[in-house]
Design a protein around this ligand. Structure first.
Ligand code: SAM
Length: 218
């Protein structure tokens, strides 16, 4: 992977086009589109593949890892309704692209990854790009109790069920966004914590994520 942070007119232009594509696909939140328009996605790719960075596709970027499809990132981010200063727990840091989008929206991001090589890479790459998130290595299916409650929780891997322990780490009024299903397809679920013991659950579109692996997962 190249860490040459060069954002030239070609990449800026491609990023603008990506934003237009996401609008056509139904992403309507102007703040989310602006954030996607700001994060240099090609920084997560080897320079050889910069011409792929602004296509609306997931892409392998080494170490058995895939950077999420921009549409999926935008879709989950829209559901979170991020407000400036929101404390957000992201489970599944992966490349760190989603982390950067959340930070562009003003979130204070706590992000956890179970794979050490990915964790080691993002703790170098993101601060190098100017994104100072709070990075953790471990099993995020249990959340991070020590920093709870969170205004928002986003899970970027497919879970077999909604872990109860994550619901308990939401503040009242907080939102959890999590794909739930089997290994082939998952429904995007949002859960809003309405009161101490009440939750509203909404089931949305179908996606395909890599599995959430851990204690409260596969
Ligand atoms: N949103 C990321 C991006 O923008 O590149 C992509 C995330 S990738 C689809 C899902 C990530 O979740 C993988 O990196 C995987 O290792 C991680 N993961 C799976 N189970 C996990 C767990 N229990 N705790 C933390 N991370 C986990």
């Amino acid at each position: 992977m190249a860490y040459k942070f060069v954002d030239n007119y070609r990449e800026k232009g491609a990023r603008k086009k990506l934003v237009e594509i996401l609008k056509e696909r139904g992403i309507s939140d102007a703040k989310v589109l602006r954030a996607i328009g700001k994060v240099p996605r090609h920084f997560f790719f080897d320079e050889t593949f910069w011409n792929q960075a602004y296509r609306d596709i997931a892409f392998p970027i080494g170490d058995g890892q895939t950077i999420s499809q921009p549409y999926t990132v935008a879709y989950q981010t829209e559901l979170l309704h991020i407000q400036k200063g929101d404390k957000v727990l992201e489970i599944g840091t992966g490349s760190g692209y989603q982390t950067c989008v959340l930070m562009e929206l003003g979130a204070n991001v706590y992000t956890i990854e179970r794979q050490e090589n990915l964790y080691a890479r993002t703790i170098k790459v993101l601060p190098g790009m100017g994104y100072q998130a709070n990075f953790f290595l471990g099993d995020g299916s249990k959340g991070i109790e020590a920093h709870a409650p969170y205004a928002k929780i986003i899970v970027t891997a497919g879970a077999p069920f909604v872990p109860e322990i994550l619901l308990k780490q939401l503040r009242i009024g907080g939102i959890l966004v999590i794909p739930v299903g089997d290994e082939k397809s998952q429904k995007m679920i949002t859960v809003i914590r309405v009161s101490e013991n009440e939750y509203d659950r909404i089931e949305l579109d179908t996606f395909r994520f890599v599995p959430l692996v851990g204690d409260q997962a596969w």
